[in-house]
Each structure stands twice: as structure tokens, then as C-alpha cells.
Design a protein around this ligand. Structure first.
Ligand SMILES: NC(=O)c1ccc[n+]([C@@H]2O[C@H](COP(=O)([O-])OP(=O)(O)OC[C@H]3O[C@@H](n4cnc5c(N)ncnc54)[C@H](O)[C@@H]3O)[C@@H](O)[C@H]2O)c1
Length: 302
């Protein structure tokens, strides 16, 4: 399949950067959103990020100008999708919104177009039946920040065709990214499942009074070569994000081991969500420098 025009739906943190990844790879890309201000923010954010890349010598001014020449922003989904070969939906993480969008995309996009979702937690089989082309629907899961992270998970749903998987792999490679193929759907996909398993073990070790937050993070950095420990990472991404993901998983499985841990629940209830609130597993000063908190303040013994 010839891939010329990519449409990205949703101009938030992920969609804006995915659109630019496509444009930098030489494809024509349109980023759409229901909210015009989101499109304006996306363009401003990309321009300042790519200017920094030019200043630091990571990209040339000509390369960036050419990419912006291939990237358009629009609130008109019907017009954008009418010439799409590949659509990546990166709108808000709500099932009903995604199902409505896929039903619209099925009407607007040419019959050959693949419709993929960038969702982190909604598998494509929960959306594919909103379209008349379930064999052309899959998950295409980028990582944040999409301009930098190279892994993209390609997840086959029960109705996804071989051609859709093969085209998606070739598309990811064309973007200069590294495809990781999942042969069937599983909540959390591969990378986040492994990340979550490490996080859960770190919390187990803390709550069972084996080691402190700082020492567990130190072990991960100095013995395993992780760039940051699991508690440092939770503080960076927001402790509430992992909490909500676990609650969602528990609602789906009913498995008590999927419940958020006691320590995480206590932090979220106190509004201590990590760097963004100045306190989480660590305390942060105005300059963002962290200090370990007394274990009694963060550990709820399980
Ligand atoms: N943020 C991450 O780290 C990350 C990583 C991987 C995947 N994802 C997934 O990517 C998707 C987007 O996440 P995000 O962090 O960029 O969200 P975000 O909140 O930053 O952006 C979502 C955008 O979707 C727009 N939107 C809402 N309803 C819409 C509609 N009906 N049509 C078009 N646009 C609509 C909003 O205006 C907003 O601009 C989610 O499915 C999420 O699970 C997020």
C-alpha cells in the first residue's frame, strides 16, 4: 500500500508529536482536533521544541522547515480523513469518544485506509466494531515523548488482518521507529506491563519493610542500569496516573492484586502526587531538587 497522507486525531501531548514524526519522515500529515485552541497550542509547542533541536544541532533548519511544510492543522476531520491512507487516533482516553470517532472515520476515510488507535489502555477490539472495516483496525501505541522514544507497539486485535499488521510495521519503520508486534491483545501491552511489574515489586519491598524508597531506587539505577528508579519515575509521571490505571484494571478484572496499593492510595488521597504537587515518594523544593521523605510518611505497611 502506498502511504502518502497520515491523519492524526487529537492534538494533545501525543497527537501533536506523532504528527510531527510523520512530517519529519517525509509524509504529508494533518493533525486534527475538535478544539481549535488545542491545534494552536500544538503548533506553538512543536515550533519551540524544534527550534531548540535546531539550536542544539540535533536537526537542521531546512529539515524542520520542510517538515512544517508537510504538516497541517485542522478542525475539519471529514475533509482531512477523505484523503487519508493511515489514521492514528490520539484523542482523549474515553471509550465512547473513540467509538464515535471511529464510526465517523469509517464514513470519511477511503476504504483502503487503516484506522489505528494510540490508546494506552483501550484495546482496538473494543472500538473495531464501531466501523465496517474491523480488519483494518489495530492499536499503534507510541511512547511519550513520541518525537524521542523509538518503540511503537503494533497490537493485533482478533479481527485485524495480516495486511493491516504488515502495513503498520512498514509504516512504523518508515517513521524511523522500532516496531514491537503483539500477536494478540493484552491489557497494558508489553512495555507498560513490564514497567508496572517492576513498580509493583518496588512497592511490595517498601510495604514489607525490606528497604526504603531511596534504596530501592538506588538498586534499580546502580545494579540494573535503569535511568531512574521506579519511585522517581512515579513522581515524574504523577502517582495519580498509575493509581487510575490500576483502578481501571481492577474494574475490568475484579482481581484484588490489580487494586492500587495502600501506600499509593494514601498518597493520592492526601494529594501528594509527585513532582507536580511538590511531594510524592520524595519532597521537591522550588528548583525541583528532591530529598527523601521519612519512610513513615510514605509507607503504609501491607
Ligand atoms: N500521554 C501519554 O503519556 C500517552 C502515551 C501513550 C499513549 N497515550 C494515549 O494517547 C491518547 C492521547 O493522550 P494525550 O496524553 O495526548 O491526551 P491529551 O489530553 O494531551 O490530548 C487529547 C486531545 O484530544 C482532543 N479531543 C478530545 N475529544 C476529541 C474528539 N472527539 N475529536 C478530536 N479530538 C478530540 C482534545 O481536545 C485534546 O487536545 C490517549 O488515548 C492516551 O491513552 C498517551
Amino acid at each position: 500500500m502506498t502511504l502518502n497522507h497520515v491523519v492524526v486525531v487529537g492534538a494533545g501531548a501525543m497527537g501533536s508529536q506523532i504528527g510531527m514524526v510523520c512530517a519529519l519522515a517525509g509524509l504529508s500529515a494533518t493533525v486534527t482536533d475538535i478544539a481549535a485552541p488545542a491545534l494552536a497550542r500544538a503548533e506553538t509547542g512543536l515550533r519551540s521544541r524544534l527550534s531548540r533541536d535546531i539550536e542544539k544541532g540535533r536537526r537542521t533548519a531546512a529539515e524542520v522547515a520542510a517538515a512544517f511544510g508537510r504538516l497541517t492543522f485542522s478542525t475539519d476531520l471529514a475533509a482531512a480523513a477523505s484523503t487519508a491512507d493511515y489514521v492514528i487516533e490520539a484523542a482523549v482516553e474515553k471509550l465512547d469518544v473513540k467509538r464515535a470517532l471511529f464510526a465517523d472515520l469509517d464514513r470519511y476515510a477511503p476504504p483502503h485506509a487503516i484506522l489505528a488507535t494510540n490508546s494506552s489502555s483501550i484495546v482496538s477490539s473494543r472500538i473495531a466494531d464501531a466501523t465496517g472495516r474491523p480488519e483494518k483496525v489495530c492499536n499503534l501505541h507510541f511512547f511519550n515523548p513520541a518525537l524521542i522514544m523509538t518503540c511503537v507497539e503494533v497490537v493485533r486485535g482478533p479481527a485485524t488482518s495480516d495486511l493491516t499488521v504488515e502495513t503498520s510495521i512498514a509504516f512504523v519503520e518508515r517513521l524511523g521507529k522500532t516496531p514491537v508486534v503483539l500477536n494478540r491483545e493484552i491489557p497494558g501491552f508489553v512495555a507498560n506491563r513490564i514497567l508496572n511489574a517492576v513498580r509493583d515489586e518496588a512497592i511490595y519491598l517498601l510495604e514489607n519493610e525490606i528497604a526504603s524508597v531511596a534504596d530501592i531506587d538506588t538498586a534499580c539505577r546502580t545494579a540494573l542500569g535503569y535511568p531512574m528508579g521506579p519511585f522517581e519515575l512515579m513522581d515524574l509521571t504523577g502517582i495519580d496516573i498509575g493509581y487510575l490505571t490500576k483502578q481501571d484494571r481492577f474494574a475490568q478484572t475484579g482481581d484484588p492484586s490489580d487494586r492500587p496499593s495502600s501506600s499509593v492510595t494514601a498518597l493520592v488521597e492526601r494529594g501528594e502526587l509527585g513532582r507536580k504537587t511538590g511531594k510524592g515518594w520524595y519532597s521537591y523544593d522550588q528548583a525541583g531538587i528532591k530529598t527523601p521523605r521519612p519512610t513513615g510518611e510514605v509507607r503504609v505497611t501491607s
